[in-house]
Design a protein around this ligand. Structure first.
Ligand SMILES: NC(=O)c1ccc[n+]([C@@H]2O[C@H](COP(=O)([O-])OP(=O)(O)OC[C@H]3O[C@@H](n4cnc5c(N)ncnc54)[C@H](OP(=O)(O)O)[C@@H]3O)[C@@H](O)[C@H]2O)c1
Length: 459
């Protein structure tokens, strides 16, 4: 050993240090669970599975004191039935039903895993008023009533943990709230809806139709019986609003995200995308332009070497650009019992360890929506197969100042006389393109609504 090496202290790794926890530092944290469905059961399983690990790492012993459900008779293997109740007042003080007063079970943190707006909204409000920190996975509730909830939490001096509300197991909220707190974020771009990504991946890789891919998503439990929230882009828009508030430090007013779903996508479009060197992905995009925000969710063409082009099936990912950290990518499971429970548990442990002092709530005025930007676009025009059809469309586009770099035509299999003309438009303003497409749609050779898809060039 050299003299120099002898001076270096051996590094004590985390695992070594954790071998001897200080018994004095251990505290019991009592949880009141609202809901015991997919995520609630996952949380109970994870608490049991990793109980010793959490005690060792965080010095916290977790105890579930009550669990609210709707149907007490439901089979719930592994769940201690004596903890179940269908009376919210047994968890949240003040939620009186009828005239009977019930003393709630003691709890330090209320964990809301009911989903939907009511009764989640009222119960969260009562828990906050009662001085309890709340952990929730409910993006719909936060998108609708986030400002009201965070303001109330700031007034009561409690915290709201919501890591699980966006991209489940991916710790993107924590990254934006603390890891990147010293960065100015200018762009955030991601795949925030696993169902849509699953469908577009199957359409791309297996040549399936939208309907067949959706059916498979349903069969595997990735899509609800009514998939509208997912495939029409609203779920991703809610998540984008939550992430943008954190990234840009301003409230996002409901309805500020421009939303377009994936129902209109045909196998023809994913095939054409492939041939042109792109991959079709359900992209959520947010950019801070200083005095305005660009916020949109839409199917988007990515160059095949784009970081998000390789995020397949039900996986989610978020790409963040910070002025100091540069480009960061977060990728993983955006749903599921245990991945979501992992995020819920991280909030519980964080609140238990670091106390309930709320983060400062940014009560800045919302920024207006940015005027539509420039981009290249892929456009498919459903047409009657007649000579000169490509020329007529190219001329109509050109007469409105939109030039094209590629044009091709294909026949629709099984539909004689029907075809598609596909073009790549040069960089143009989205609103000008929309007006032009509207005008071209009125040409007699068109048989249906054209489909325009933005191309995202940067990584
Ligand atoms: N599942 C995921 O992968 C995932 C991912 C990210 C975020 N989330 C979010 O996590 C939350 C929970 O989702 P989940 O999939 O676990 O839902 P879920 O399986 O439908 O479970 C909901 C639970 O809440 C109970 N509940 C609902 N309404 C109630 C009411 N009015 N009174 C009493 N109990 C009621 C249900 O009781 P019963 O059991 O008696 O019906 C059930 O235990 C949602 O906000 C969801 O958006 C879920």
């Amino acid at each position: 050993m050299t003299t120099e090496n002898a001076l270096i202290e051996p590094i004590v790794l985390g695992a070594e240090r954790r071998k001897k926890p200080s018994p004095g530092a251990r505290k019991t944290v009592r949880l009141g669970l609202l809901g015991c469905g997919t995520v609630g059961r996952g949380l109970l399983e994870l608490i049991e599975r990793n109980r010793a690990l959490i005690e060792e790492r965080a010095g916290i012993s977790l105890e579930v004191t009550k669990i609210l459900v709707r149907d007490l008779s439901k089979e719930r293997p592994g769940v201690d039935r004596s903890l179940l109740t269908d009376r919210p007042e047994e968890i949240v003080a003040g939620s009186l039903r009828g005239a009977t007063f019930v003393a709630p079970a003691p709890c330090d943190i209320v964990v809301e895993l009911l989903g939907g707006i009511e009764p989640a909204r009222s119960l969260v409000a009562r828990a906050i008023a009662d001085g309890k920190s709340v952990v929730t996975a409910n993006k719909a509730l936060l998108a609708l009533a986030g400002a009201e909830i965070f303001r109330a939490a700031a007034r009561s001096g409690v915290r709201i943990g919501f890591e699980a509300s966006v991209c489940a197991g991916i710790p993107i909220i924590r990254a934006l709230e603390s890891g990147l707190v010293g960065n100015r974020v200018d762009t955030l771009c991601g795949i925030l809806n696993g169902t849509s990504n699953f469908i577009l991946t199957r359409m791309t890789e297996l040549g399936e139709s939208f309907e067949a891919a959706l059916e498979e998503a349903r069969r595997r439990g990735f899509a609800e019986a009514d998939p509208s929230l997912d495939v029409d882009g609203h779920d991703a828009a809610q998540k984008l609003a939550i992430l943008s508030e954190l990234a840009f430090g301003v409230p996002i007013a409901p309805g500020s995200v421009k939303v377009e779903g994936i129902r209109q996508i045909e196998p023809e479009d994913v095939r054409a995308a492939k041939e042109l060197g792109f991959v079709l992905k359900p992209i959520a995009f947010a950019r801070d332009l200083g005095d305005a925000l660009e916020l949109r969710v839409e199917p988007t063409l990515l160059p095949i070497d784009h970081t998000l082009a390789h995020v397949r099936f039900e996986d989610n990912a978020v790409l963040v650009k910070g002025d100091a950290a540069g480009e960061l990518i977060f990728r993983g499971k955006g749903a599921g019992s245990l991945p979501t429970a992992s995020a819920v548990l991280s909030d519980i442990v964080d609140i238990a360890r670091n106390g309930s002092a709320p983060l400062r709530y940014a009560d800045a005025p919302p920024k207006p929506a940015a005027p539509d930007g420039h981009a290249r676009f892929y456009i498919r025009f459903p047409v009657i197969d007649v000579p000169g059809v490509i020329g007529r469309i190219a001329t109509a586009l050109g007469s409105r100042g939109i030039s094209i770099s590629h044009a091709s035509a294909t026949l629709v299999p099984g539909k004689p006389g029907h075809g598609n003309v596909k073009v790549l438009a040069h960089d143009c303003r989205a609103s000008v393109l929309a007006e032009t497409i509207d005008a071209v749609s009125r040409l007699p050779v068109l048989t249906g609504k054209p489909v325009a898809i933005r191309i995202l060039e940067t990584s």
